[in-house]
Design a protein around this ligand. Structure first.
Ligand code: FAD
Length: 404
């Protein structure tokens, strides 16, 4: 009924197996706010980091749907592990495998297959949803580019090795457009100009550092510029196409968190008795559980549709369709917030206690309607596509369109 191949079902079983270990450490990761290196090692050994990397570069050549199956299982058990699996299979690594030079592809594949979760650096203090208003600059100097600027809310800042840094590129004073620059941290010749300025304390997914990163005269050789077709002029658009993969992954992590909370709500509703009956027999809760299951199935269906739109894997993939990815992320993010809250409600006071994982699911679910395109901005993207018209967000853009 789910249309999965036997290989996909086996891959999901493998992820489920590892998810047991992920579940065992999830509360500790949340409490200590430490990046779960032991789990990353286990995921690396199990071949779940870099699944989508083509076989020619040492990966499994898996499709986006394969990765989605793995991410959901891990996120059900430990949201941080789910998110690591997102960024080890989609986002920056997808962009490099699609647009990179062979040397860049080898470098990125090697890092991820050895356990790195790349970081993608777009957001700035004054450029969030309006990402193209970024002020980080990359100025050409001979064979290198010199980057200055500040990025914040960079997931994995301080633990990631590969960084894909978005900056506005200038050559001879001319603004060429926004480009992507690859920087590797944490090895020999650690780049001095990439400074992890501070860790940002966050509400959920506490084992995953969110960082403010300062770039101070960071030199990046021209060979590390990620050049999509169309060069800098089309750079931002192309790089954001790769980001559609990340959106499908983020939607899946949200789904996994919600599904994990739902499973526990189902168990508790049948075990907990009040008024001499299992609480699942009260229609108020039974319908709540029914609605939760409907929302989860709908989210899963949209995510799988978006993942399938990318293609069969092993280098033959494009990126997920932009509309499908945005629709899936909006629904999954909203669903995660609703379902985790309802699941906590089923548990009553026990759900509110830090002795149980329900409150962690609520906290972990909250970010998906913000990061990687907010619920509002993605709704505008969906509206643009279904209406077949641009919906300018700047006042100037809106006035120009109104005057046409
Ligand atoms: P703002 O853009 O200031 O928006 C504030 C509010 O206004 C939001 O509700 C927003 O929806 C609304 N709004 C803004 N513009 C519009 C509009 N045109 N129409 C309707 N509503 C609008 N960034 C990275 O580059 N790399 C990362 O790894 C990364 N990881 C993140 C992880 C987490 C946990 C979080 C919370 C954020 C992360 N981000 C990352 C940043 C994220 O992408 C931004 O937070 C997001 O793009 C929104 O920007 P902002 O927070 O500045 O909000």
């Amino acid at each position: 009924m789910d249309g999965l191949t036997p290989e996909q079902a086996r891959l999901r079983d493998r992820a489920r197996e590892l998810a047991r270990e992920a579940a065992a450490q999830a509360a500790e990761t949340d409490r200590t706010e430490r990046y779960p290196w032991p789990m990353v090692r286990r995921m690396t050994e199990a071949g779940l980091m870099g699944l989508t990397i083509p076989k020619a570069f040492g990966g499994a050549g898996s499709s986006y749907l394969d990765a989605v199956l793995v991410i959901e299982e891990l996120a059900k058990a430990c949201a941080v592990c789910g998110r690591i699996a997102v960024e080890a299979n989609m986002g920056a690594i997808g962009a490099v495998m699609a647009y990179g030079s062979p040397a860049q592809q080898r470098l990125a594949a090697g890092l991820v297959l050895a356990g790195d979760k790349p970081a993608i650096c777009i957001t700035e203090p004054e450029a969030g949803s309006a990402a193209t208003e970024m002020t980080t600059r990359a100025v050409r100097r001979g064979d290198a580019w010199v980057i200055d600027g500040v990025k914040h809310w960079i997931t994995g800042g301080g633990v990631s090795r590969l960084h894909l840094v978005f900056a506005r590129a200038f050559e001879d004073g001319v603004d060429l457009g926004i480009g992507g620059f690859l920087v590797v941290r944490g090895g020999e010749g650690d780049p001095a100009g990439l400074v992890i300025h501070r860790r940002i304390p966050s509400m959920g997914l506490k084992g995953m550092p969110e960082a403010e990163i300062h770039f101070r005269g960071l030199e990046v050789p021209d060979s590390m510029v990620l050049r999509p077709p169309g060069g800098f002029a089309r750079g931002f658009g192309r790089l954001m196409e790769a980001y559609n993969g990340q959106r499908v992954g983020a939607a899946t992590a949200a789904l996994g968190i919600a599904a994990g909370a739902f499973d526990r709500a189902m168990d508790y509703a049948q075990a907990r008795r009040q008024f001499g009956r299992p609480i699942a027999e009260f229609q108020g809760l039974a319908w709540m559980l029914a609605d939760m299951s409907i929302r989860l199935e709908a989210s899963r269906a949209l995510i799988w549709r978006a993942a399938r739109s990318a293609g069969p894997g092993d280098g033959a993939d494009g990126f997920p369709d932009r509309l499908a990815a945005a629709q899936a992320k909006v629904l999954a993010a909203d669903t995660a917030i609703e379902v985790t809250n309802q699941a906590l409600q089923v548990w009553g006071a026990a759900g509110y206690s830090r002795d149980n994982p329900m409150e962690r699911f609520v906290r972990d679910a909250r970010m998906f309607a913000i990061a990687g395109g907010t619920a509002q901005v993605l709704r505008t993207q969906v509206a643009e596509r279904i209406l077949g018209r641009k919906l300018p967000q700047t006042r100037d853009g809106f006035l120009r369109q109104a005057a046409e």
